[in-house]
Design a protein around this ligand. Structure first.
Ligand code: BES
Ligand code: MN
Ligand code: ZN
Length: 508
């Protein structure tokens, strides 16, 4: 499907989308259409429950006086609250109606509205972004046409006065959507298709954007002493890998980077501590954190953000077999700390422990954010509404919280502390890989913190938010790519703040 920008005249055919503000206040184009149709719009609104509240909708078919097939009215809520996120939801909702209809052409009319905090081109760009986010489908394995969702829509036009500026404003957002789609696809692919090596093949392709990609094979990973990561993969027929992606966007290529670390368990059977078979298929997306890191790296490279960022993803498959690690095994991690593996299903933290250590040893980052589908306990605590945030640094936590609010990927901060840390003391080694039943998401974070040395660090537990069971305005059900937009926003804001604080470069 094509998303295009065009002048603000009313099209002659196809579907048209217009907004209505709370209290049934028509936007300029809506009111023009109302006049052209001799008031049928106001009559339709009066005859319905629709009153312009956010995310409400009303469809008028074959309006007399016009050759359009349908007019889709979508509630905008209060003008003053129409921020980027609300407009993306508006676009997403519009798209959901159009995908279900049989028009090949549709146009959304974007007018100036008093009190909206965004410029007209920005409004148009965010509507386009939301609309495109909603078009994502993972149906490549449906080979029979009749089983595929029938989609007629070919072109979605965003019509507005300064459409060239709108088109320009959309460029960056369009690249972020590409990254979201990449992360959604990596997560949706089954584990027989995406395993460490095939994941690496996908990541390789990003070097065309100027990303430096290094794939450390099992031999190299062993040389580096990453035995915790290797222990997870040792039961699998697939080779374990560590993938490092670097974006050197700063003027000074040597400047210390920001670091992103992702959990890349391409399938989590639980290992010898095997999971129950019901629902085990969902564990193909236990590499969602790695997918998000790759997506973010793609978007910052595509947008040429002037900052250095390193992304590290630990790729393994957790399988039971004669070579698998056993409960009770003790492994020596790359940091030198020993771990008693009491539950082979608490594998993500083993992979992250060595990945975190690697990025600090080899890249000396200014800060680290890791992202992982780490615990079922976070699903119990927060459900699908928030991802868990843990951090040793209040400022970093605050920046992540606000980036999440801005893009609609919300985080909830949970505590860390010595009393939780004591839960992972081991009788035989430096630590064990599971706490008790209590506070499972926190003890997992506590475990990770033992591998962080004096650098601001945050951990995002996305186990509850990475897959959605129902459609929302901009996220169709399935893989959400939660974290791509949040981390992209966090990095661009970090970069902007740095630019602001840098003394102006002028001759004294
Ligand atoms: N990958 C799972 C966590 C998970 C659960 C992700 C649900 C997505 C949805 C993780 O590796 C795991 O199995 N965690 C265990 C840890 C326990 C054994 C300490 C859990 O949460 O049950
Ligand atoms: Mn597990
Ligand atoms: Zn897992």
């Amino acid at each position: 499907m094509q998303i295009t920008f065009a002048e603000s005249t009313l099209p002659k055919e196809g579907a048209v989308v217009v907004g209505v503000l709370e209290g049934r206040v028509l936007t300029p184009t809506a009111s023009a259409i109302d006049t052209l149709t001799s008031g049928s719009m106001t009559r339709a609104i009066a005859a319905s429950h629709f009153d312009g509240q956010k995310e409400q909708s009303l469809i008028l078919l074959a309006p007399s006086g016009l050759s359009l097939t349908r007019i889709v009215l979508i509630g905008l809520g209060k003008a003053a609250e129409l921020d980027a996120l609300a407009l993306e939801r508006f676009g997403g909702l519009a798209m959901s109606h159009l995908l279900a209809a049989n028009d090949t052409m549709a146009a959304v009319m974007v007018d100036t509205i008093a009190d909206v905090p965004l410029s007209l081109p920005m409004m148009a760009a965010h509507i386009a972004c939301g609309a495109r986010l909603r078009t994502y489908r993972f149906d490549k394995y449906k080979t029979r046409k009749e089983n595929k969702e029938k989609i007629f829509l070919q072109e979605f036009q965003v019509r507005t006065t300064d459409f060239t500026a709108a088109c320009k404003a959309f460029e960056g957002l369009d690249k972020i959507v590409d990254a979201v789609f990449l992360a959604r696809t990596l997560s949706s692919e089954p584990a027989n298709v995406i395993y460490p090596e095939s994941f690496a093949t996908e990541v390789w392709k990003l070097n065309k954007l100027g990303l430096v990609v290094d794939v450390l094979d099992e031999h190299k990973v062993r040389q580096l002493g990453m035995n915790a990561l290797l222990a997870v993969g040792q039961g699998s027929a697939r080779e374990s890998l560590l993938i490092v992606l670097r974006w050197l966007g700063a003027k000074d290529h040597e400047a210390r980077p920001l670091a992103l670390v992702g959990k890349g368990v391409t399938f989590d059977s639980g290992g010898i501590s095997i999971k129950p078979s019901a629902g085990m298929g969902e564990m193909k997306q236990d590499m969602a954190g790695a997918g998000v890191v790759v997506g973010v790296m793609q978007s910052i490279a595509a947008c040429k953000i002037p900052i250095n960022v390193v992304g590290v993803v630990g790729m393994v498959e957790n399988m039971p077999s004669g070579t698998a690690q056993r409960p009770g095994d003790i492994v020596t991690s790359a940091s030198g700390q020993t771990i008693e593996v009491l539950n082979t299903d608490a594998e993500g933290r083993l992979v992250l422990a060595d990945s975190l250590w690697y990025v600090q040893e080899h890249h000396h980052p200014v800060l680290i954010v890791d992202i992982a589908t780490l615990t079922g306990a976070i699903v119990t605590a927060l459900g699908a509404n928030y991802a868990g945030l843990f951090s040793n640094d209040d400022l970093l936590a605050e920046k992540l919280l606000s980036a999440g609010e801005a893009v609609g990927e919300r985080l909830w901060r949970l505590p860390l502390g010595d009393s939780y840390d004591r839960q992972i003391e081991s009788d035989a080694a430096d630590m064990k890989n599971t706490g008790d039943r209590e506070a499972g998401a926190i003890t997992a974070a506590q475990f990770l913190q033992r591998f962080v040395c004096g650098v601001p660090w945050a951990h995002l537990d996305i186990a509850g938010v990475t897959w959605s069971k129902q459609d929302t305005a901009t996220v169709p059900k399935g893989a959400t790519a939660f974290g791509v937009r949040l981390l992209e926003r966090f990095i661009t804001e970090y970069c902007n703040a740095q630019e602001m604080s840098r003394p102006t470069e002028r001759a004294v």
